[in-house]
Design a protein around this ligand. Structure first.
Ligand SMILES: NC(=O)c1ccc[n+]([C@@H]2O[C@H](COP(=O)([O-])OP(=O)(O)OC[C@H]3O[C@@H](n4cnc5c(N)ncnc54)[C@H](OP(=O)(O)O)[C@@H]3O)[C@@H](O)[C@H]2O)c1
Length: 367
């Protein structure tokens, strides 16, 4: 990818939204301890939607990045030029091969790093694998990575990209009746299983819960600073070549032909991809950061999304959707008080979230 395309994609919605390098500079007064020329960090699952954007931002911010990718099951070489051609990649990006099926395989990439962002996850879209198989791979892979972090003795902070599914299905009186859930709340798998309409797979909910808990427990027992980012649907522009599943879900109404009611949510909790990367870098550079942080900025009901998209994008023919089929079940909002109190400011709203996603989809022929 060329420099121009990368710049166009950054804000996803044209010059107005373009994110300059300075905008990633989240600590005006506290320079990063890691930006001392040895700011070596590792990002797992480098080919993915979230990780590739994070790698781009880390490189722009001055970090040296080791990205892990896995080999194709067919043994073919992957085209990862969208990573290796990023600005600063030739000087500061190294690619390592590692697979969650081989927990030890992450060790070489982690040795010597100051921080590790564990983003890889078995995203089983087909649902062919059992919950047990997905969870086992997720947790064993994670434990291998955590052990490598502890062994390395250089890793100051470990980041896990968790999901809002770990807090949404709490049931009962979570949030003290406030209508909001915060980081003190954990989903109950049984509450999830009892949901009438399931929009996410059981293997995803169970594996994310197991992994986030295991990471926090490992940190507490082994004196490793563990930060988990609890994020809802990540939407916005993308540099990875395939259509990210969360972008597809958020725009499901626009995908003629592919449209199916099962892809629609009653409520869309979303965050811009760049705010996710900014939050991770913010928490990386903060002298103290600990535990879970909910990172979410936009909540829209399905009828609001419909109205928004049909008004802003009249060029798309939206299907008829019977809104009464999407009666919002009692669902909690996500509290971002902890992240905001730590000084983080979200930069993007619904406009940029959707415009960035639509522009990237159009540029790659998905829309
Ligand atoms: N996107 C969202 O809305 C969202 C919301 C909440 C949390 N998250 C979390 O954020 C992370 C990234 O999500 P994403 O949307 O960027 O997903 P993605 O684009 O599907 O990326 C997943 C990454 O994991 C890698 N991976 C899968 N199985 C692996 C294995 N066995 N060994 C090593 N790597 C493996 C994939 O490699 P290949 O390219 O080889 O398949 C890919 O790089 C995940 O942990 C996800 O749970 C995402």
């Amino acid at each position: 990818m060329g420099r121009d395309e990368e710049e166009d994609d950054n804000g996803g919605g044209g010059g107005r939204e373009r994110t300059k390098l300075d905008d990633v500079a989240v600590h005006e007064t506290v320079p990063s301890l890691l930006l001392d020329g040895t700011g070596l960090v590792c990002v797992t699952g480098g080919t993915g939607f979230v990780a590739s954007w994070l790698i781009m931002r880390l490189l722009q911010r001055g970090y040296s990045v080791r990205a892990t990718v896995r080999t194709n099951p067919e043994g073919n070489k992957k085209d990862i030029s969208y990573l290796t051609e990023l600005p600063f990649a030739s000087e500061r990006l190294q690619i390592f091969t590692a697979d969650l099926n081989e927990p030890e395989s992450f060790k070489p990439a982690i040795e010597g790093c100051k921080a590790v962002f564990h983003v890889a996850h078995p995203m089983d879209q087909s649902g062919n694998e059992t919950e047990e198989a997905v969870t086992k791979r997720t947790v064993q892979g994670l434990m291998g990575i955590l052990k490598s972090c502890a062994d390395a003795k250089t890793v100051i902070r470990f980041f896990y990209t968790s999901s809002a599914v770990t807090v949404f299905y709490s049931g009962g009186n979570a949030g003290g009746g406030s209508g909001e859930v915060d980081e003190s709340v954990w989903s109950d798998v049984e509450v999830f299983r009892n949901q009438k309409e399931k929009r996410v797979s059981g293997s995803y909910v169970v594996s994310k819960l197991a992994a986030e808990m295991a990471a926090l427990e490992f940190g507490a027992k082994n004196g490793l600073e563990v930060v988990t980012l609890v994020i809802p649907l990540v939407v916005g522009p993308f540099i990875s070549p395939s259509l990210p599943s969360s972008v597809f879900i958020s725009l499901a109404m626009l995908f003629e032909g592919n449209y199916k009611e099962k892809y629609l949510f009653d409520t869309y909790n979303m965050v811009h991809i760049d705010d996710v990367a900014r939050a991770m870098i913010y928490l990386l550079e903060k002298p103290i950061a600990k535990g879970r942080y909910i990172c979410s900025s936009v909540e829209m009901k399905i009828d609001e999304v419909y109205e928004f998209l049909s008004t802003k994008y009249p060029q798309f023919q939206l299907p008829f959707i019977d809104m009464k089929n999407y009666k919002v079940e009692k669902r909690m909002s996500l509290s971002t008080k902890k992240l905001r109190s730590a000084g983080f400011e979200f930069k993007y709203g619904a406009d940029e979230i959707f415009s960035g996603a639509i522009r990237s989809c159009e540029a790659r022929g998905f829309l």
